[in-house]
Design a protein around this ligand. Structure first.
Ligand code: PSV
Ligand code: MN
Length: 392
């Protein structure tokens, strides 16, 4: 396959407008339940997380927003935090709720059998919408750790009713330009039944709620072998794809760098997005990272992830759509597959380097960041205090 100058120009025009949101928690320490290894220079406050996110945007040019997680990123003055973000060249993005780290939530949050606990969870979600008002965020991201460990532990249908009731209360509070995006996850921390385990459950609730409720696809939240691009295509078709939490998994919800475990899957997902026009800002599809860098340095981990999304997107953008359609229409199975594989097997790194030069960026973001001395600078400066971590 040859990529013409016109092809790469068209691809670059889209790539220039691509937006990838960074998770604040990727800049804090994280680990497994066995051990969290602290790293030197890790941010201690939401302000420092934003400084780090600003670095990722500075070297990639396509990551201008940072998602917050509440209460991990609670501050007294969100206007001040937003101003600080603007000074770093970024803005505050999605607000992520947290109904999974309070002792009260042992048996669930919005699905808990006790109305008091359900109310506490709903109050937290409403508080998150208040924060969205202050930050100007569009999206409230909901993920519920709710579920049961043993058959008979609770009533599956009653839990769905409680979930629907809570979602309705939060939905009613959303402003005209605000949305709620509901994430699903097959299992963990619940092992027998999870209250929002799959896209069907999330979709059914979002459909019942209305147009401001959409589904979030976290790429690490499926059973091995799941055809995620089919889910993406189905949600796009129904105008119910709110966005992605991108990460990679080898086994369960590994939260590794997106595109690290299965770059071909990421390409197939982006191919569906390109075909549906989901990269257009007005499509409302949010491309977010949700990763934890347990071993690798945080800022380069995020830069690499952004680059991986860009590479998968560039490959999807150079698919010869006309040739693909011709082959599909004529039942040319091998021909159609070859069109897709040609694009996937194209080295798009030179195209992305050109794009960065056109955007007045260094063509090699990883190298440029390493050369900047930022890592050494913050390691020397950020001494004392409590490093941020995956905990409230
Ligand atoms: C749950 O596993 C999840 O994917 C949700 O998005 C959480 O809010 C996030 O992880 C925290 O990393
Ligand atoms: Mn997620």
């Amino acid at each position: 396959m040859t990529t013409t100058i016109a092809d790469s120009r068209a691809a670059k025009a889209v790539l220039r407008t691509q937006r990838i949101e960074l998770p604040s928690w990727a800049f804090g320490n994280s680990g497994t339940r066995f051990k969290v290894f602290a790293q030197k220079g890790v941010s201690r406050t939401p302000y420092e997380k934003i400084d780090d996110a600003g670095q990722v945007n500075r070297y990639t040019g396509v990551a201008p927003t940072v998602a917050l997680h509440i209460p991990w990123d609670k501050v007294d003055d969100y206007g001040d935090l937003a101003r600080h973000a603007a000074e770093q060249g970024v803005a505050l993005g999605t607000i992520n709720s947290n109904t999974f780290q309070d002792d009260d939530y042992m048996l669930g949050s919005v699905c808990h059998p006790d109305a008091r606990v359900r109310q506490k969870a709903v109050d937290h979600l409403l508080e998150c919408v208040d924060i969205m008002d202050a930050t100007g965020s569009r999206d409230l991201k909901l993920w519920f750790a709710d579920g049961t460990n043993y058959p008979g532990q609770d009533d599956i249908r009653a839990r769905q009713d409680r979930l629907a009731e809570a979602l309705q209360k939060v939905y009613a509070r959303l402003g005209a330009d605000q949305r709620m995006v509901l994430e699903y996850k097959l299992f963990e921390p619940a092992f027998y039944s999870t209250d929002v385990p799959d896209w069907g459950t999330s979709f059914a609730h979002c459909l019942a709620l209305g147009p401001k409720a959409k589904v979030v696809v976290d790429t690490g939240h499926h059973a091995p072998g799941t055809n995620i691009e089919f889910i993406v295509a189905s949600l796009l078709r129904a105008d119910k794809l709110g966005g992605f939490d991108f990460n990679s998994r080898f086994y369960a919800d590994d939260d590794l760098m997106v595109g690290a475990a299965d770059p071909f899957q990421l390409f197939r997902i982006m191919h569906e997005c390109v075909k549906a026009g989901a990269l257009r800002p007005e499509s409302g599809v949010a491309f977010m990272l949700d990763q934890c860098h347990n071993l690798e340095p945080k800022i380069p981990g995020q830069i690499r992830s952004v680059m991986n999304v860009q590479e998968a997107t560039a490959k999807a953008l150079i698919v010869d759509q006309k040739a693909l359609e011709r082959a599909q229409q004529s039942g040319d199975v091998l021909g159609a597959n070859a069109v897709l594989m040609d694009a996937y097997n194209t080295d798009v790194r030179p195209l992305l380097q050109d794009l960065r030069v056109e955007m007045k960026l260094d063509p090699e973001p990883m190298v440029a960041f390493a050369r900047s001395g930022y890592t050494e600078k913050v390691a020397a400066e950020r001494v004392g205090g409590q490093q941020a971590g995956w905990g409230a």
